[in-house]
Design a protein. Structure first.
Ligand code: SF4
Length: 451
């Protein structure tokens, strides 16, 4: 006898919440701990609830959920694509809105990350997400943080409505160029489906700024790294445009992991260290304001970032003639180019040296300078770093190479820990688990890289 089981709201939350937790947009970059998963099922029995850091530094508990994991699209890398045969689930509008509000009333969550696969068309799916958000905002009066995905191919009227209701919007760009997109999907047109909606959001933000109201909504996106054989320089050029022209808050990078049944099932996985290097470059461009000419120095002739070399140090080594830098005379811009010196330590150096000259490592370390990285590049009374030639020898010595290998090994170790079947609990399913033997087994439904 066939018994038909209809999942209740809790079961759907369990499945679709767990899947959304793998969306890279809702995860922290490896270099920063901006989100902390609840580790104890007793403390928080609902999967997909994360602590997320807001731009003001405060933490909120975020409910991350997909409206549905059904998707009619054929993205060659995605476990939600139509290639993958498995059971799919979907919420009803009121069901999801009520579940969120119930959790909000119980102080389990105070923000929402809402994603989905594409069921019907991009506009139709976005319209459904809008109904959920509209119910939460206007029926229940929720005024907090809502990060909402805008589906590829969404028409202008729905993008505008999302702009009015969301706190942060994202359309996933997935890959740097339209030509590369054609390698990843036969159904997505990058200009029409992705770049146009992104441009509309950017224009709405500009218009609001022009009104003097300020751009209250931020825009983010993600790329799947390594699926389209793109180079790191290709990614950089797109990233630069998104931050520069369209004022994006963040671009996220997800290393490609092969998914069983998809056309890229045999494509090699992207090493986590590549993702790490991309976040480092992103940081140098976005926060440290390195110029493009400087950034180019970090890439090899084929446009890739060497895995065994820190990009900031690689750029500094190319400019050895500018070092050592007198820490008591250097400008903020010069200090920010020194490996081991960040925006906070540079500001502290400038502030402190107004009161007294800096003449020892202890003070610099107290200001946040990382001595083992900065020592060859800084000069002050009592510290004389080696000359340029010797410095180059030191930086590429056997010891330094070993240290870099250790760094890569630790990154790889973290990746394995993150993706191992042993760690594949409901709250830690990862994209690569779609290729593991437990994929599809009860309690291991795979993961999502939602639209
Ligand atoms: S990437 Fe998005 S649009 Fe493509 S198959 Fe996955 S969920 Fe669907």
């Amino acid at each position: 006898m066939l018994i038909k089981h209809t999942p209740d709201t809790f079961e759907k939350l369990h499945i679709l919440g767990g899947m959304a937790s793998d969306d890279i947009l809702s995860r922290p970059p490896p270099s920063g701990r901006t989100q902390v998963p609840y580790t104890s099922a007793r403390r928080n029995p609902v999967p997909g609830v994360y602590k997320a850091a807001m731009p003001n530094g405060k933490f909120i508990s975020l409910m991350r959920v997909m409206f549905t994991d059904f998707c009619k699209m054929d993205c060659f890398y995605c476990p939600n694509s139509h290639w993958v045969p498995r059971k799919r689930y979907a919420f009803k509008v009121d069901e999801l809105a009520n579940a969120f509000m119930e959790m909000h009333r119980r102080h389990t969550v105070n923000g929402l990350f809402l994603s989905s696969g594409i069921a019907g068309s991009g506009s139709k799916t976005t319209e459904r997400l809008l109904k959920v958000v509209d119910t939460i905002r206007n029926k229940h009066g929720f005024k907090g943080y809502i990060h909402m995905k805008v589906m590829p191919g969404t028409e202008y009227q729905f993008v505008e409505a999302a702009y009015r209701l969301g706190t942060r919007l994202s359309v996933n760009i997935e890959t740097p160029t339209p030509e590369m997109m054609r390698r990843l999907s036969s159904m997505k047109d990058m200009q029409r489906d992705i770049l146009d909606p992104m441009g509309w959001v950017a224009n709405l933000m500009r218009r609001n700024q022009g009104n003097g109201k300020g751009a209250t909504v931020g825009q983010a996106t993600q790329m799947v790294v390594g699926a389209a054989n793109e180079s790191d320089w290709d990614i950089f050029k797109r990233m630069e445009q998104l931050y520069g022209e369209w004022n994006f808050k963040r671009v996220y990078y997800a290393p490609f992991q092969p998914v069983r049944y998809t056309p890229l099932a045999e494509h090699p996985a992207t090493p986590m260290v590549r993702e790490h290097r991309l976040y480092q470059v992103d940081w140098l461009k976005r926060v440290y304001k390195f110029t493009n000419d400087e950034m180019r120095l970090a890439y090899d002739d084929n446009g890739f970032l060497p895995h065994d070399d820190d990009p900031k140090q690689a750029i500094a080594v190319h400019n050895l003639d500018a070092y050592p830098l007198d820490v008591n005379l250097a400008t903020s811009e010069q200090l920010l180019r020194v490996p081991g010196v960040g925006p906070t330590s540079a500001t502290r150096i400038l502030k402190n040296r107004g009161a007294h000259s800096i003449d020892n490592w202890r003070d610099l370390q107290a200001m946040g300078v990382v001595r083992k990285r900065a020592w060859p590049f800084l000069r002050f009374p009592g510290h004389r770093p080696p000359r340029a030639k010797q410095l180059k020898l030191d930086l590429f010595s056997e010891g330094a190479k070993q240290a870099r290998k250790k760094e890569i090994a630790s990154l790889t170790g973290q990746a394995q820990a993150k993706h191992s079947p042993a760690s594949c609990g409901q709250a830690t399913q990862a994209m690569s688990c779609a290729g593991c033997p437990l994929y599809g087994a009860p309690g291991h439904p795979g993961s999502a890289n939602a639209a």
